[in-house]
Design a protein around this ligand. Structure first.
Ligand SMILES: Nc1ncnc2c1ncn2[C@@H]1O[C@H](COP(=O)(O)OP(=O)(O)OP(=O)(O)O)[C@@H](O)[C@H]1O
Length: 582
């Protein structure tokens, strides 16, 4: 075993060798313990790991030029050790078959001795096993690097491995394997958290360099549903199911919020270093938004109630904050209340507070309500159209009397607060339908401001560039085709949706140019004209690529030069358009 000592993972390998000896494995007998599963079991395993295989194949395709060229083989095993996929250098793959590195074989340590996949399964961390570190001498010609793959809830799904001849040893293979497993884990998380509030923690001392994208998703109660490895590293391995408390002041960025107002009301995760909202932070130069800004600036000086009307995600809260920040009340609090999210029986205690011991479950020392907390400042009543009729009566009384009484209390407290309301509903229609009180509407209306939807705006690309700059991506990375898609899509979730879509697309583009395939949008919202234009652009591009490939006899370097694109872009397009030599 002395030979093992020259490697830094000496202790792990030594323990593995001991386990192999205890299990009765012999370094020279590699056939005795071979474990293969039959076709039925294999199909079962494939079915169980369908998603894992699908994502791995996507990565295999991207990697295959590199792996083939460098004489390596990549392999995926499931959590029981069975090889589910292999791919890479065909010549080396033939060698690999001789040592049972093929689909259906089991590479658990107990069957194949010390090996990177088997040890990664046991240690549940990335590992390299090089040359003579392998227990079976038949594997001594190999150098292997493997890393476990975890589900977004922390269960071990399998292991990804890259093997090559030991002369090809490179210190980077292990990093590559780790990057691949991170990518796989993120693909799972993105796919599974479609209807969850997905965040990334942006900047943190504890964030590891090799894992720059901690991702986690939250449920409506702010509990962590899923987290990738980087996020679990920061928040603790047992973080799943716990509340995400941002008590350490992490800078977070919402990647996706399925426009569920309840999640949005958990507005805890604000970047502390963000400039406070003013009209300068409201982007856009389309005449429509310019008009709205001018009106809002005037409104900020008037101390009258303001009613903001607009679809979800059009910036109502942003405008409310800007109005407050530019008003005489700016040095006093801005309190936001999502009226639709508060249960009817709690609305009074939420708005007006309560005295000690007033109801079961209440805080023993009593609590200030939002009106009191906003004293001399502004209260923002978001989704006022969703407020129950009962709550509307109570609110109307406060507006008339300009004082509140805490639940369970008798003392009246005078209130000096400016009210800004917002709704996506047509309140006149709500009044007609008997769902909103006309007298309350007239009290709240004051200055009415109608925010345009994103599809009505002419500055979508300008907004997209601003968003990309904000998330640290150069606007140049937005391809022409992606710009066409942004213009054509109808954006039912407005700027919030655009923000989420771009953040996600830039993430999926992995620092490359952003193309339509990086967006996860609902096709039904794409304008029909675009579909035709897009189809013709795509056809023209496919034809150009095919012609150039024919002319250059499939020499990728020359073809890329002729098309004036990089080789990696050409490879990507070949894959996306499924172009193969005929
Ligand atoms: N003109 C704009 N410039 C910059 N960012 C904007 C603009 N409009 C909206 N946003 C961004 O879009 C997101 C949604 O905005 P906001 O929360 O203000 O919308 P909303 O209309 O209040 O949505 P909801 O009705 O769902 O409460 C926020 O991240 C906000 O910063």
């Amino acid at each position: 075993m002395a030979i093992l000592k020259k490697f830094d993972n000496y202790e792990i390998v030594e323990q593995s060798w001991k386990r192999c000896q205890n299990l009765g494995l012999h370094p020279l007998d590699h056939t005795k313990h071979i474990q293969l599963i039959d076709q039925t079991e294999l199909q079962e395993a494939m079915k169980e790991n369908k998603e894992l295989i699908h994502y791995t194949l996507e990565i295999f395709e991207k990697l295959s030029p590199f792996i083939k060229k460098t004489g390596h083989v990549a392999a995926l095993i499931n959590a029981s050790g069975t090889v589910l996929q292999t791919g890479g250098d065909p010549q080396f793959e033939a060698n690999a078959k001789h040592i049972s590195l093929h689909i259906g074989a089991n590479w658990k340590e107990e069957y194949r001795g010390t090996n990177a996949m088997g040890v990664a399964l046991i240690e549940q961390k990335p590992i390299r096993i090089h040359g003579e570190q392998h227990f079976l001498s038949v594997n001594h010609f190999l150098t292997c690097a493997a890393s476990p793959i975890f589900s977004p809830t922390g269960e071990l799904l399998g292991v990804f491995n890259i093997s090559g001849k030991k002369e090809l040893y490179s210190p980077h293979t292990l990093s590559l394997v780790c990057m691949i497993t991170d990518l796989l884990e993120n693909k799972f998380l993105l796919a599974q958290s479609k209807r969850e509030h997905l965040l990334t923690i942006k900047e943190l001392e504890a964030a590891t360099e090799s894992n720059p994208h901690p991702l986690l998703s939250l449920d409506k109660e702010n509990r962590i549903i899923r987290a990738n490895r980087a996020a679990r590293h920061i928040l603790g391995e047992d973080c799943i199911g716990k509340e995400f408390k941002n008590d350490k002041g992490y800078l977070t960025k919402t990647i996706r919020d399925e426009t569920n107002k309840y999640w949005r009301s958990i507005a805890l995760f604000k970047d502390k270093h963000q400039p406070s909202h003013s009209f300068d932070t409201i982007w856009g130069s389309c005449p429509h938004i310019e008009r709205v800004k001018t009106l809002s600036k005037k409104a900020s000086q008037a101390d009258l109630p303001v009613l903001l009307n607009g679809e979800s995600g059009t910036g109502k809260e942003l405008f409310a904050k800007a109005i407050h920040n530019e008003s005489n009340r700016s040095s006093y609090p801005f309190m936001a209340v999502n009226c639709g999210a508060i249960p009817d029986n709690l609305i009074e205690s939420e708005l007006f507070g309560y005295e000690p011991g007033s109801f079961t479950g209440a805080n023993r020392s009593g609590k200030k309500g939002k009106f009191e907390a906003a004293q001399k400042g502004t209260i923002f009543l978001d989704e006022i159209g969703d407020m129950s009729l009962r709550a509307q009566v109570t609110l109307l009384r406060v507006l008339q009397e300009k004082e509140i009484t805490r639940v369970g209390g008798i003392k009246s407290i005078p209130i000096d607060v400016r009210i800004i309301c917002a709704t996506h509903k047509n309140l006149s229609e709500e009044i007609k339908q008997g769902r909103f009180r006309a007298d309350l509407y007239f009290r709240l209306k004051g200055i009415q401001i109608l925010l345009p939807s994103l599809r009505e705006r002419t500055d979508k690309i300008e907004l997209a560039h601003k968003i990309l700059t904000q998330i640290g991506v150069s606007p140049q990375k937005l391809s022409k085709q992606a710009q066409e898609l942004i213009e054509a899509y109808t954006w039912p979730g407005n700027i919030r949706e655009l923000n989420g879509a771009l953040t996600q697309a830039s993430f999926l583009a992995e620092d490359g140019e952003i193309y339509p395939e990086h967006f996860q949008l609902e096709h039904s919202h794409v304008n029909i004209d675009y579909k035709n234009t897009a189809a013709s652009i795509v056809d023209a591009e496919i034809n150009a690529i095919k012609t150039a490939l024919d002319v250059n006899r499939w020499n990728v370097k020359k073809t890329a030069e002729q098309l004036q694109i990089s080789r990696s872009t050409l490879y990507r397009k070949l894959k996306v358009y499924n172009i193969e030599p005929s």
